[in-house]
Ligand binder design. Structure first.
Ligand code: ADP
Ligand code: MG
Ligand code: ZN
Length: 523
């Protein structure tokens, strides 16, 4: 935070509302059968078009059922109200990327309204109201370029035209730039958990716009808002809002009036700039879409969608921090992605099922039964520590994906059990895990092959102790002269000879017994 922003925030409070457009994950487009690829801008342009998405006269739209289901699932996941019947509306405006002159959208009967999203921030937990979520179609893509003769040309790619888009609009509840970023991150996480969208900001599958105004601290009325667009990372959402708050405060302090405009974020220069004035705010002449019937959402359909929802990130965080007693930090890291959380839950279930007396117990939602050997905390540490480190160093699509590490949850549990029961050292376990990750073999097999089990047999340790005593006469003499530190040195030698596998406490006992016995004989 700059000094200017900190100063501005002493006197002003920001009021922020977030609008998110996200590409809904479907096989086909919103109103036609053209392929809806995850990245419609990839590959040959204009290769996924038909009369409907080209906007040709007379072509009729057909509603994509899956797209509607995804918005309904989102509505349920944010605790929104879903109407029993909804409608489509035409939003009329002219722009070259919208050849039919209107966009099919939803005006006053969105598929979801009055929801909320709860997430953690550095200042504690926050809940932001979500005004609405509705479905609409995307426009074509307009590309401004220079042709081989040096002339400026504008090209149109219709592969994006008609892609299903969900717009999610918050109440003006957000108060800081950090909150805005955290909201966007949590929304992305939620959409990914429920499988509604890949919501990748860099690939344009999730576009975040922020409405920002400021008001003197302690006052109620909202100031005039500025809409900020073109942020293509979570980091730029935060930076753009911080810049905008500071800019508005300076303008007001200089006696200027804030006008309602749309500003773009220039990530390289770190500033917002005026894109267009909103004063001559367009009249979209909305009217009900005559080519589509109203859509009825019956209770059975909604119940089926609700039944298909997984446990949501917030509920998992609460379960991990509550029932399992993990720290809020661990709970956050473990639920960062659904893959990691599912992996952890699978490992918990294995650990709980292997515990005598709890096998029949409730291990359903990830298991809460306490394993006396493999605790949730131990599993959490191995998953967020070593396993994460290994997958983060992986290449390509497997990078960061614990579910593609080749180490099954049950195999990790087996390894953690070996460590926790003292059969292998933590160092050996790390080695076994790294080798398992490379070779795709179960870590327990590697432990067996490489003889990593601790030596906790007194006879075996005794043999090593004799060797060590024979090889280190100086240290033995020190011990006899009353130097206690010599014991530590000799135990260290035992550990070295056993590759760290000797039970250190046992080695110390055996060593002392050996030295004292020898000493009495000799003296
Ligand atoms: P529009 O119809 O122009 O999109 P809305 O009233 O739907 O405007 O609001 C768009 C977004 O702006 C919403 O997220 C809303 O919460 C937010 N918003 C409204 N008024 C303000 C304000 N004064 N300051 C900041 N955000 C605002
Ligand atoms: Mg809007
Ligand atoms: Zn089409």
């Amino acid at each position: 935070m700059t000094a200017g922003l900190a100063a501005a925030l002493e006197r002003y409070e920001a009021v922020i509302g977030i609008e998110v457009h996200c590409q809904v994950r479907t096989a086909t487009k919103m109103f036609c059968a053209c392929a809806a690829d995850a990245d419609p801008d990839e590959g040959a342009p204009n290769s996924r078009t038909c009369p409907v998405c080209l906007g040709l006269p007379g072509a009729l739209p057909v509603i994509n059922r899956r797209a509607v289901e995804h918005v309904l699932a989102t509505g349920l996941a944010i605790g929104a109200t879903v109407p029993s019947a909804t409608r489509w509306d035409r939003k009329n405006y002219f722009y070259p990327d919208l050849p039919k002159g209107y966009q099919i959208s939803q005006l006053d009967l969105p598929l979801a309204s009055h929801g909320s999203l709860t997430f953690d921030t550095s200042a504690g937990e926050r809940t932001i109201g979500i005004r609405r979520a509705h479905l609409e179609e995307d426009t074509a893509r307009l590309i401004h370029a220079t042709d081989p003769d040096g002339r400026k040309v504008s090209l149109l790619d219709f592969d994006r035209s008609g892609m299903p888009l969900m717009e999610i609009v918050t109440e003006p509840d957000v108060r800081t730039a950090e909150e805005a970023r955290r909201y966007a991150e949590e929304l992305q996480r939620l959409l990914r958990y429920i499988g509604v969208s890949d919501a990748d900001m860099e690939r344009g599958q999730m576009r975040v716009e922020a409405n920002v105004s400021i008001r003197p601290r302690g006052t109620e009325p909202f100031g005039t808002r500025v809409e900020v667009k073109n942020m293509n990372s979570f980091r730029s959402v935060e930076r753009a809002i911080e810049f905008e708050i500071e800019r508005q405060a300076a303008a007001i302090d200089a006696g200027e009036t804030i006008r309602q405009v749309t500003r773009g974020w220039d990530d390289d220069r770190g500033i917002t700039y005026v894109m267009r004035s909103k004063e001559d705010s367009e009249d979209y002449r909305y009217f009900p879409e005559p080519d589509l019937p109203p859509l009825r959402v019956d209770a059975a359909w909604l119940a089926e969608i609700a039944a298909g929802l997984p446990e949501l990130p917030a509920a998992r965080r609460a379960r991990y921090a509550g029932t399992l007693g993990l720290s809020a930090y661990d709970a956050g890291v473990l639920t960062a992605t659904r893959e990691t959380s599912d992996y952890f839950d699978a490992a918990l279930a294995v650990a709980a099922a292997a515990t005598p007396g709890t096998a029949a117990g409730g291990t359903a939602a990830g298991g809460t039964a306490a394993d006396p050997v493999v605790s949730p905390k131990a599993l959490a540490n191995w998953i967020t520590g070593e396993l994460t480190r290994l997958v983060n160093a992986a290449a390509g699509a497997d990078r960061g994906r614990i579910d593609r590490s080749g180490i099954a949850p049950a195999d990790l549990v087996a390894l953690v059990r070996l460590v926790e029961s003292g059969e292998i050292s933590g160092t050996s376990a790390k080695e076994a895990l790294a080798e398992a990750f490379e070779s795709r073999r179960p870590p327990a097999d590697i432990v067996a092959d490489r003889g990593m089990r601790r030596i906790s047999d007194a006879d075996a340790i005794g043999a090593v102790v004799s060797d060590v005593v024979a090889a280190n006469p100086a240290a033995v003499a020190d011990y006899r002269a009353g130097k206690e530190q010599a014991v530590g040195f000799l135990v260290g030698q035992v550990m070295k000879r056993t590759g760290g596998r000797a039970d250190a406490a046992l080695a110390r006992t055996v060593l002392r017994a050996h030295l004292d016995a020898d000493g009495s004989q000799g003296g």
